[in-house]
Design a protein around this ligand. Structure first.
Ligand code: G6P
Length: 522
């Protein structure tokens, strides 16, 4: 169970039948409506308003219309934004502007992030932030009931209501002008603080193409050489995902070919991002966290940086020794890191940044909105202020900020699948099985003098040894145990891999072929 709903929305991939049909989407809309009415304690007479946006997927329009029927059928007002980004949808619950029908009481983003073209899904927001697991579970239970109650008459009824209840608004104007204002303000109210910078954007044919013409150009930057800005739900060029090697290669090449100062890449729905400096050095994963931590710790000395669990030991040293901050390595999952940062603040530990190696990141100053575009705004601010203070040298100011970050010579992620129908699971869930594997590994580690369990750890089993570390944990949503290993050499990484193999090899329900391959035993 995750903090959003995902499914298969179109045919075309063998073995993946459509389960996110129009009636299902309509029921989800009706269920969100019922949930929202209860949450807002809205009287029956009071109209609640829900904004809906979508990324570039080919199933977007059908699902948008279906979910709108569900909302309208339940008596809610619907505002369709068309192509939009996930953070913009959350933002619409915070904006106070009647002419854009804001604030929305609730908001829905139709997206399956970087997943293949046939998938789609929904992310839900109120002004309290993104909905978490418990609320999603509630909405899914309501969906099942409502779906079973649908009649031909009720479906006709919502069809009739939807055209009256629905309006369209170009909300991205509001969102992008907020981003532009933020950079101008940070630069001391200069109209074009990025004048003279050449910045290329790669939107991977997702929803992030707006960033070039609607954010960078008004700020004075040159954006020629930007690529894949046009929405195309078949993603013909590369997967829009800053964690994907091909995607990072594409933006790096664009930076070098255009001799640009900076490259910026987004995922499909623009809640994740990464950058590339003028020499082609990637600011993604640990490096993006290091860069953001450096920027935030200049503004808030000593603050706690909350990250996901697969971050490197070098990052901890960098944050704590070089930047004077505190690294709180928590669990994987953007919602987990954001909620943890909010919790820390509530118990008196100041935190201003929650960020994942996946490129998700949220700042306290930005309402803890999980926003890839806003991370890039912080980077742009840095460029602009360097320029304003007379420094030249393109993105060197950024590169210099992560000077001293130790990086492993070798880093790998191996994903071990749990066969859900394997007799070894004895009818239990893959989670229980995965937990048993982790427990066994933990027990074995204790008896190996070369290995030390991490003293503080919130997810899976993290172990140091042979000058490196590994983490084996359960995937957030898949029947998979991802294993991350970092070491100073391939040989040391293999030693760590062998230690894991010794513990997992007897679990017949676990497909360990990827690990065998890595350590070279098959
Ligand atoms: O646990 P995993 O399978 O590695 O996936 C973890 C990732 O899942 C999703 O993509 C979430 O949006 C990310 O926040 C999270 O990091």
């Amino acid at each position: 169970m995750h903090s959003d709903i995902r499914g298969v929305a179109v045919n075309g991939v063998e073995g993946e039948p459509v389960n996110l049909t129009e009636p299902v989407a309509e029921a989800i809309g009706a269920a969100f409506a019922a949930w929202l009415v209860e949450k807002k304690k809205a009287a029956a007479s009071q109209h609640l308003r829900v904004s809906i946006g979508h990324d570039s997927r080919i199933s977007a329009k059908l699902l948008q219309n279906a979910i709108s029927r569900g909302l309208a059928g339940a008596g809610l007002e619907v505002v369709q934004y068309g192509l939009a980004s996930t953070p913009a949808m959350f933002n619409s619950t915070l904006t106070k502007d009647d002419s854009f029908l804001c604030p929305a009481d609730g908001s829905i983003m139709i997206t399956a992030s970087h997943l293949p073209f046939n998938r789609n899904g929904f992310k839900f927001f109120t002004n309290d932030g993104g909905l978490g697991k418990a609320d999603i579970k509630d909405i899914l239970e309501r969906t099942a009931d409502l779906y079973n109650q649908f009649t031909a008459e009720s479906l006709r009824n919502s069809e009739r209501k939807v055209s009256l209840a629905t309006r369209g608004v170009d909300y991205m104007i509001v969102y992008t002008s907020d981003l532009v204002k933020a950079v101008r303000k940070a630069a001391g109210n200069i109209e074009k603080p990025l004048e003279g910078f050449h910045i290329v954007v790669d939107a991977g044919n997702g929803a992030g193409g707006f960033f070039a013409a609607k954010v960078l150009e008004p700020l004075g930057a040159i954006t020629s050489g930007s690529q894949f800005l046009e929405p195309d739900g078949l993603f013909p060029n590369h997967i829009p995902n800053p964690e994907d090697k091909t995607a990072m290669k594409a933006i790096t090449q664009a930076v070098l070919d255009n001799k640009a100062d900076l490259g910026i890449i987004f995922d499909t729905d623009v809640d994740r991002s990464a950058a590339v400096d003028s020499t082609g050095r990637e600011f993604n994963r640990n490096r993006l966290i290091a860069l953001m931590a450096a920027i935030i710790l200049e503004e808030h000395p000593g603050t706690t940086i909350v990250t996901d669990s697969v971050t490197s030991d070098g990052l901890t040293t960098f944050i704590e020794k070089k930047l004077g901050g505190k690294h709180h390595r928590f669990k994987r999952g953007y919602k987990n890191v954001i909620d943890e940062a909010i919790r820390l603040n509530s118990i008196g530990e100041e935190s201003h940044l929650a960020i994942e190696t996946s490129g998700h990141g949220a700042l306290k100053e930005n309402h803890w909105l999980d926003d890839g575009a806003y991370l890039m705004v912080k980077i742009l601010n840095k460029l602009a202020s360097a320029r304003a203070s007379g420094m030249s040298g393109g993105s060197k100011v950024l590169t210099d900020l992560i000077e001293g970050l130790q990086e492993p010579a070798f880093a790998v992620e191996v994903r071990l699948k749990i066969s859900q129908n394997h007799p070894d699971l004895k009818g239990g869930s893959f989670r229980e099985y995965g937990e048993a594997v982790l427990k066994h590994l933990e027990n074995l580690i204790g008896s190996d003098p070369c290995l030390q369990k991490a003293p503080v750890n919130y997810e899976g089993v993290r172990v140091s040894g042979y000058g490196g570390w590994f983490l084996l944990r359960l995937s957030l949503h898949d029947p998979i145990l991802p294993l991350n290993i970092e070491a100073q050499s391939n040989g040391d990484a293999v030693k760590l891999g062998l230690a894991v193999l010794a513990a997992v090899k007897d679990f017949a329900g676990l497909d360990i072929s990827a690990l065998n391959k890595f350590v070279g035993t098959s």
